[in-house]
Write a protein that binds this ligand. Structure first.
Ligand SMILES: Cc1cc2nc3c(=O)[nH]c(=O)nc-3n(C[C@H](O)[C@H](O)[C@H](O)COP(=O)(O)OP(=O)(O)OC[C@H]3O[C@@H](n4cnc5c(N)ncnc54)[C@H](O)[C@@H]3O)c2cc1C
Length: 614
């Protein structure tokens, strides 16, 4: 096996990986980025909405308000100290991106333009504020391009289309990773003082998702298999309006322009669930409503979707009912002008023209709040006490700092990438200066090679495609927007059966070595199965509703018993692991504690967890 030696190995070339690589190299480390995709194809490139930072260019804004929104949005499971760092560092991170050349949109005074987004407020919820900085609707794309150019300038080495499949842990220290070069099928060892996981999310566990095909949670699954716990896995955000079956995101802007959700009876059902905000209620509320309509047999053609109707005739009829000014009424040209990308998606992928027909939509799995636990310097932690695994780092969607708590606020993921990618990169540069090389074990890579031989050589009757479809269906039905003890048990037993077939009865069709996507997708399915399983287990144990985790049998948030992070781990037995879930990791409530120290009366304590009724 070829061995590559670099101070720091960064796994993943999305926003988090590139920021970490840039800062580790600026700090003097010899850095290699290993990525299964060509860097600029990473999912970060699809982010449209923007990146939140309290620049205050258009409205009065302060990092403390951003901190508050982040904590409240996370339903108080957010670690408050981490949220404060996120909000404070966001300001100079965005200005730094601008100085690197990122072409943000401008205000008339030539400052970075900002726009409104759900949950962004000033003065602790008083009023909406413009905080999301954007480059047209291509903010993520611009971040990726900018950071990639900077990494090239800083002489970071790139190993594109190398897929990491295992980590090498020697006596509790991470000594590198094992990867497969996709173009040849050869195994390579990357020996590093620091290994940094920035491999993104795992929306592909569900059948309907906004996530790219590549988002199979490889990094988190590898960490889990090597004995690391995963944090807060029960929290996965569903966005209410994905294109039916494809999951491609349809922006909230459609409803912002007057679009309404309609069930099979022709009823605007959100009037029943959220009489004030109606179709513009928060993402989790709308997602739950669509699911309830489906369960009640009122989805269109009983197929689990509803209509999102933005036809001027429909919109204007509701506007008239609400007594809206005639000046607000829309026509075909308004829809064309304001929603060009959405029209384009629907016409291209669905053959549906939203000006003439309603769009079929359903909730789509969108974002992982949980992941590999880290501290605020991206060091991977191994237990509730916060002890770290030397040499292991993580940031971005695969990590859990935790700044998103139980539910991520819009535009906060991009902030998370640049803020904690940067902090992690700096920490890595410092670490590699002092750390000794850990010698590689003589059998490094042998175990994972054997696992690939097993997958390639399997002669069973189960094809990965069938198992994947079954996993995605059970995740959607049983561990989706709503959960109950019954659905979770069903999900857990379905997953156990699929796992059994994956490990004992698998067969793939392509046995070759070069660009064997059949083989790699089979291995990725194993990662998804592991993550689906831990999601189900953690969701089963958390007997309350909080943020994106909605239990019909425990409808209230219960701070007395459940204001804690979950840590789930498995015993390393791939075929039939046993799991342990604990809730020993405390939520960092430092800002609230500070308010108490200052002697603020209860009604003035902004960061005190406030009960929310579901
Ligand atoms: C459609 C969509 C729109 C979004 N819009 C917004 C928005 O407007 N604002 C916002 O804040 N957030 C948004 N998000 C969320 C946000 O974009 C993501 O959470 C974020 O970009 C993840 O970045 P990352 O660096 O963690 O990983 P990614 O950008 O997903 O990159 C993962 C990297 O890891 C590599 N990788 C994965 N597995 C392996 C492996 N085994 N070996 C080697 N390399 C590997 C991949 O090649 C890739 O380079 C959106 C998400 C989606 C899906």
């Amino acid at each position: 096996m070829q061995v590559h030696k670099h101070d720091a190995i960064i796994i993943g070339a999305g926003g988090a990986g590139l920021m970490a690589a840039l800062y580790a190299s600026k700090g003097g480390a010899d850095v290699a980025v290993v990525s299964k995709l060509y860097p600029t194809r990473s999912h970060t490139g699809t982010a449209q909405g923007g990146i939140g930072a309290a620049l205050g260019n258009l409205d009065e804004d302060k990092p403390i308000y951003h901190t508050y929104d982040t904590v409240k949005g996370g339903d108080y499971l957010t670690d408050q100290h981490a949220a404060k760092i996120l909000a404070e560092n966001a300001v100079d991170a965005v200005i730094e991106l601008e100085h690197m050349g990122l072409p943000f949109d401008r205000t008339s005074e030539k400052r970075i333009s900002q726009r409104r987004f759900g949950g962004h407020t000033r003065n602790f919820g008083e009023q909406l504020v413009r905080r999301a900085c954007h480059a047209a609707d291509r903010t993520g794309h611009m971040i990726l391009q900018t950071l990639y150019q900077q990494c090239i300038k800083n002489e970071v080495s790139f190993f594109d289309e190398f897929q990491v499949v295992d980590m090498i842990v020697v006596d509790g220290v991470c000594a590198g990773v094992v990867a497969i070069e996709l173009g040849t099928g050869e195994f390579h060892i990357f020996h590093g003082k620091a290994s940094f996981f920035a491999t993104g999310g795992w929306g592909r566990c569900w059948s309907v998702t906004s996530n790219a095909h590549s988002l199979t949670g490889d990094g988190a699954a590898i960490a889990l298999r090597r004995g690391l716990p995963l944090e807060d896995m029960e929290f996965f955000q569903f966005h209410p309006t994905g294109i039916y079956r494809m999951g491609i995101l349809i922006t909230e802007g459609v409803r912002g322009e007057g679009g309404v959700l309609i069930n099979s009876q022709g009823e605007r059902f959100m009037e029943r669930y959220a009489p004030n905000a109606k179709d513009l209620a928060s993402r989790d509320v709308v997602s739950r409503a669509i699911y309830l309509e489906t369960r009640a047999g009122r989805s269109i053609k009983n197929r689990g979707y509803v209509h999102l109707d933005v036809r001027p005739g429909t919109v204007n009829r509701y506007f008239a009912e609400e007594g809206r000014d005639r000046g607000d009424f829309i026509d075909d040209a308004t829809v064309e002008r304001k929603l060009p990308d959405i029209l384009d998606f629907c016409r291209t992928y669905l053959g549906v023209d939203p000006v003439k027909e309603p769009m079929p939509v359903q909730p789509t799995a969108h974002y992982a709040m949980g992941g590999i636990p880290t501290n605020v310097d991206a060091e991977v932690i191994i237990d509730a006490a916060g002890n770290v695994m030397p040499g292991a780092y993580a940031a971005g969607e695969t990590a859990c700092v935790s700044v998103h708590g139980a539910n991520r606020l819009g535009t906060n993921s991009l902030v998370d990438l640049v803020v904690f990618g940067r902090r992690g990169g700096m920490k890595v540069a410092e670490f590699v200066k002092g750390a000794d090389w850990v010698p590689l074990p003589s059998d490094a890579g042998a175990e994972i090679r054997a696992e690939f031989d097993r997958i390639r050589g399997g002669s069973g009757s189960s094809r990965p495609g069938e198992l994947r479809a079954k996993m995605q269906a059970t995740m959607m039905d049983n561990i989706g927007v709503f959960r109950t003890e019954e659905t979770l048990q069903q999900g857990i037993s379905d997953l156990a059966e699929l796992r059994e077939r994956f490990h004992k009865d698998l067969q793939i069709d392509d046995k070759s070595r070069v660009f064997n996507t059949d083989l790699m997708e089979a291995w990725e399915l194993g990662c998804l199965l592991d993550l689906a399983d831990v999601t189900a287990r953690a969701a089963f144990e958390r007997k309350e509703s909080r943020g994106a985790h909605s239990r019909e049998d425990f409808k209230r948030r219960d701070d007395e018993n459940w204001l804690a992070h979950s840590l789930v781990s498995h015993d390393g037995n791939l075929a039939s692991p046993s799991y342990a879930v604990n809730f020993d990791k405390k939520v960092d409530l430092s800002l609230w504690e500070e308010e108490i120290r200052q002697g603020l009366p209860e009604d003035q304590q902004k960061f005190r967890p406030k009960e929310r009724v579901y």
